[in-house]
Design a protein around this ligand. Sequence first.
Ligand code: AP5
Length: 188
Amino acid sequence: MGKLVVITGVPGVGKSTVVQYALEGTKEKYELTNFGDYMFDAAKEFGLVEHRDEMRMKMPLETYKDIQQLAAEKLSAKSKETNIILDTHCSVLKPQGYYPGLPHHVLKKLPLNLLVVVESSEEGITARRRKDEDIRKRDDPIIEQQHLNRMYAATCSVLTGVPLFIFKNEQGKAKEAGDTLRMVLEGI
Ligand code: AP5
């Protein structure tokens, strides 16, 4: 059984960037895996969407849940063979309201070792989203969702008995944030 670390944060907070820095020089090897990629592959296979950012706004909730479940099953199988850092979300803003990225039916499938929340300032996240706006559509409310994500993450920690680590990816300091995450990874 590999180790499974879940990393979450509002869209554009810099999860992927920080993990890439953290994985430079870790003693143990981890594979950075994106939950959204697994969902997008499944959604494309069924002809449901053409772009990844359409999933949360266009897919009906029941279909969205089914695709989420399929992704969790595939990731569960993969986590048996390799150490994974899973880039995902505590909450996803759908037209109906916030929907949990790690609801109980998903959590049950994922043998977690650590839950991580990355946060940053509203100004920093807005600037990062702007940088990628040609290729990504990320417009969720930052402060409200960061606040809510702490509550969702704390709930996941209680349900699974897994520690929760919360840290900042300050503007222009992604490498330093990566160093912090690396130290935590080496302690599990
Ligand atoms: P996903 O693909 O995970 O979207 P995302 O949140 O936008 O994540 P990214 O990985 O693209 O962004 P990031 O926060 O890692 O930022 P990055 O490192 O690129 O999810 C897509 C969709 O999948 C979701 O909408 C949802 O529908 C679905 N999904 C996923 N998980 C789900 C689940 N569990 N349940 C249901 N649905 C799910 O950085 C952004 C930019 O900032 C870059 O340009 C970078 O260079 C820059 N940057 C980073 N750090 C810094 C810094 N410190 N200072 C300055 N610039 C910085």
